[in-house]
Design a protein around this ligand. Structure first.
Ligand code: FAD
Length: 546
């Protein structure tokens, strides 16, 4: 249909071929504020590239044609390979060429993690399945780097910007990716119940060879070249590097049993796997499995939050764009007061999520600083909880702005909505994140002090904020029934931090709307309840340039 016909039929035109970065003022500002202003030109180029119709089409294709498992060949011999649509491979090639997997480790420089966070957020607007191997590889680098020279060849290949999909031993490849295997059928949150077991071949200890046997119930991106896997050894739950090939070039005994039929994230493969005396190398001492793999988990949790912020931004900008082109009752939807309230409220949620996740990313740049370490400890689970939890609500409301079309798979929001609950579930579900916040605060009082000091930075600017902060502070100090209230406390930590960031660095209209709607009253269950006087256009312009 020609554009004029579309307009005649009151259909909004497609929002494609636009710069995802320069049209997003909230992200541009956050990049500069969190110490990566010098990366602006690179992100602008990336935003232009990712916003193209070509890239959007690849994202659609990769999800419409999910991967297929080839467990055996036609003679019944084991293959354990996955076949992907060419769109997946092209997306992976671009993602890795852009360094969105391990870029900050390959080229460490000030603002590297913040710049990657911005790029990863742009990618989240486009396609989410490919983010799974990228984020696991990002998190695997510090986990492997801590454990000696035995893993140096793996690290070198992880830092490569070449995507190499060949199913051959890592030593013969131009670049590798790493996944993780923790969750078993009987328990994912409580990995202490893991039953996969490992026995040493020629003596126990870090860097030594073990044989792993057992199953994992979730094993995403199984075409990765190696995995960090938890298994029980004599000394307790331990972490192993398990490659797809043994050192003698034979295929390692990882049997892919079937692929999950998932609600979203359909471009990516998530397998059930069995280890049959699989070759593995122990990372840290036996019994240190949980802290070892959690080092990876901290980075993937950061990425969960960034990914959800990106999903929200794409859905909200699609909604704003649609409302600017669709008429009802004689006026554009974007001119209808109630719709303006909904759109502004969604935009506000999005801006607050962007600010919060980018602030967290800065704490990953300042890895060695004591204060940043403490903030990372408490804010990573709090931000993952809150931003990921808001994403499905935001995506659903944005979908409704498109009316019936929003629910249809040809349109851009349906896929994102199906994607939106995932970040909250994997890598520590909501409750687990909230319990982790409490654990951080109670185990190390300095963590609470670091959080208080961040919130203190915005004190004295607004009475509503000061009251909110004082009440939160009192409750955090006296949380005897903390576990029962962990969600309430975590939500308030996230809201207070968002308010503090808006008060110190946010634009006045967004800040005022946030304080009035999220702190002064109980946060509403639905969007579109901003009080009178809010500058709706200003809020929307922060997420999608007019
Ligand atoms: C698409 C997808 C891909 C995945 N990929 C991987 C992967 O590659 N590798 C991997 O290891 N795992 C993977 N997972 C698994 C995921 O990490 C787990 O599903 C998740 O950690 C939860 O574990 P579970 O499913 O066993 O649920 P459970 O541990 O049974 O938890 C169920 C619910 O109970 C809550 N809960 C648990 N304990 C408590 C408590 N003490 N108090 C209050 N509430 C509690 C949880 O928050 C959750 O809501 C993937 C999952 C999905 C959906």
């Amino acid at each position: 249909m020609s554009r004029s016909n579309a307009q005649l039929l009151n259909q909004s035109d497609e929002l494609v071929d636009y710069n995802l970065f320069t049209s997003h003022a909230a992200l541009e500002d956050a990049l500069a504020r969190e110490g990566a202003a010098h990366e602006r030109a690179a992100l602008s180029a990336l935003g232009e590239r990712l916003g193209s119709v070509t890239m959007f089409t690849l994202g659609e294709l990769a999800n419409r044609h999910p991967p297929q498992l080839h467990a055996r060949d036609r003679r019944g011999e084991r293959l354990d390979t996955i076949e992907f649509h060419p769109a997946w491979h092209e997306l992976m090639r671009v993602l890795i060429a852009e360094g969105l997997h391990t870029g900050p480790w390959a080229q460490p420089r000030p603002g590297a993690h913040v710049a990657r966070a911005a790029g990863y957020m742009l990618w989240a607007e486009l396609e989410n399945g490919t983010q799974c191997p990228a984020t696991m590889s990002y998190g695997a680098v510090p986990a492997l780097a801590r454990h000696g020279d035995s893993f140096a060849p793996w690290l070198r290949l992880l830092l490569s910007r070449e995507y190499d999909a060949a199913f051959v031993p890592a030593a013969e490849k131009r670049g590798v990716l790493i996944g993780m295997g923790m969750t078993e059928r009987q328990g994912g949150s409580d990995v202490r119940t893991n039953t996969t077991h490992a026995r040493p071949v020629n003596g126990a200890g870090p860097g030594r060879e073990y044989r792993l046997s057992g199953q994992k119930w979730f094993f995403s991106a199984p075409m990765c070249d190696a995995f960090l896997v938890l298994a029980q050894a004599a000394g307790g739950l331990s972490c192993f590097l398990v490659p797809r090939f043994r050192p003698d070039r034979s295929v390692n005994a990882l049997r892919l049993l079937r692929l999950k039929d998932k609600l979203g994230n359909r471009s990516n493969a998530s397998a059930e796997v069995e280890f049959d005396e699989a070759f593995g190398l122990l990372l840290a001492e036996e019994g240190r499995g949980i802290p070892t793999i959690l080092e990876m988990g901290v980075y993937t949790r950061l990425d969960n939050a960034i990914g959800s912020a990106g999903l929200m931004r794409q859905c909200v900008s699609q909604a704003i764009h649609h409302a600017r082109g669709r008429r009802a009752f004689g006026r554009l939807l974007s001119e209808q007061p109630l719709m303006r309230n909904v759109l502004a409220d969604l935009a506000l949620e999005c801006e607050a999520a962007v600010m919060l996740t980018m602030r967290l990313a800065r704490a990953f740049d300042a890895r060695q600083e004591a204060e940043a370490t403490l903030l990372r400890r408490v804010l990573t689970p709090a931000v993952k909880y809150w931003v990921c939890k808001r994403a499905p609500a935001v995506c659903a409301e944005a979908m409704e702005v498109l009316g019936g079309n929003g629910y249809i798979e040809d349109w851009p929001i349906a896929r994102r909505f199906r994607e939106s609950p995932l970040n909250s579930i994997w890598e520590g579900s909501g409750n687990i994140m909230c319990l982790d916040v409490l654990r951080a605060l109670s185990r190390e009082p300095a963590t609470l002090e670091a959080l208080e000091s961040l919130l203190e930075g915005a004190a004295g600017r607004d009475a509503r904020y000061d009251r909110y902060r004082a009440a939160l502070s009192a409750d955090l100090g006296a949380a005897s029934d903390g576990e029962l209230r962990a969600r309430d406390l975590t939500q308030r930590i996230a809201l207070a931090t968002q308010a503090a960031l808006l008060l110190t660095d946010g634009p006045a209209p967004s800040c005022e709307a946030f304080l009035a709607s999220r702190l002064a009253v109980a946060p509403p269950a639905a969007f579109g309840t901003l009080p009178p006087g809010v500058d709706c256009d200003a809020l929307m312009a922060r997420v999608l340039a007019p």
